[in-house]
Write a protein that binds this ligand. Structure first.
Ligand code: CDP
Length: 225
């Protein structure tokens, strides 16, 4: 696995809209590290499967799309076959399909090494559902970031409105609850805190406070390399 590498890794797992992405990128920025938005890989797979006209139930077809993804992440943008899809992958229909196809072991397997390849010195902050349990089980600091469902729905609402998507709060709440259930109940890499993860509840914390909580925990681990 990653035992020999000198690069450090902090994993941040948690349910949908718990703020993992924002926290991960701020922590990475602070430490001068790279960030892995693993959910983007599932969203990119979903988007390309939609573009190819595949059915969600076509497990082999979707796994092939995952294996052959032609993606690049230049300066914070997300390119799929050269096309900037940074906004397109955030749509709720893409997120919902991502959550469905993420339950296929074949899709998870297809994306596994691609995720580990993000780890380079000096370090990586990895955001997802199974970063601490499956992808980087040796990480010296594992965070499980949670927040009340109402707080998460409000954050997602603001995020989608800022991107110009029109959304209804009631639909969002329903989506979030459905996604929680799917992520937690699937057989393959379900959303669960690693036994050695530290849970942070950000329902009543702002972004700066949450980032600080993670950085404090990192200092307490001795800023382990
Ligand atoms: O934005 P949100 O937290 O809803 O999702 P995301 O992190 O962008 O990930 C999209 C979907 O991919 C999630 O609903 C998960 O089901 C799935 N996912 C996963 O299974 N494993 C990961 N490491 C990351 C995402």
């Amino acid at each position: 696995m990653n035992k020999q590498t000198p690069a450090a890794v902090i994993t941040i797992d948690g349910p949908t809209a718990s703020g993992k992405g924002t926290i991960a990128s701020r922590v990475a920025q602070h430490l001068g590290w790279d960030v892995l938005d693993s959910g983007a890989l599932y969203r990119l797979t979903a988007l390309n499967a939609l573009r190819a006209g595949l059915h969600a139930e076509d497990v082999e077809g979707v796994a092939k799309v995952a294996r052959e993804l032609d993606v690049a992440f230049p300066d914070g943008r997300i390119l799929l076959e050269g096309d900037d899809v940074s906004a397109a992958i955030r749509q709720e229909n893409v997120g919902n399909l991502a959550s469905r196809i993420a339950s296929y072991p074949q899709v998870r397997e297809a994306l596994l090494q691609r995720q580990r390849d993000f780890l380079r010195p000096p370090g990586l902050v990895a955001d997802g559902r199974d970063m601490g349990t499956v992808i980087f089980p040796d990480a010296p600091l594992k965070i499980f970031l949670v927040a009340a469902v109402e707080a998460r729905a409000e954050r997602r609402y603001k995020q989608l409105r800022e991107k110009g998507f029109s959304v209804k709060m009631t639909d969002l709440l329903e989506d979030i609850l459905a996604r929680d259930a799917r992520d937690s109940n699937r057989a393959s890499a379900p959303l669960v805190a690693a036994p050695d993860a530290i849970t942070i509840d950000s329902s009543h914390l702002n972004i700066d406070q949450t980032v600080q909580a993670v950085l404090d925990l990192w200092s307490k681990t001795g800023g382990a390399k």
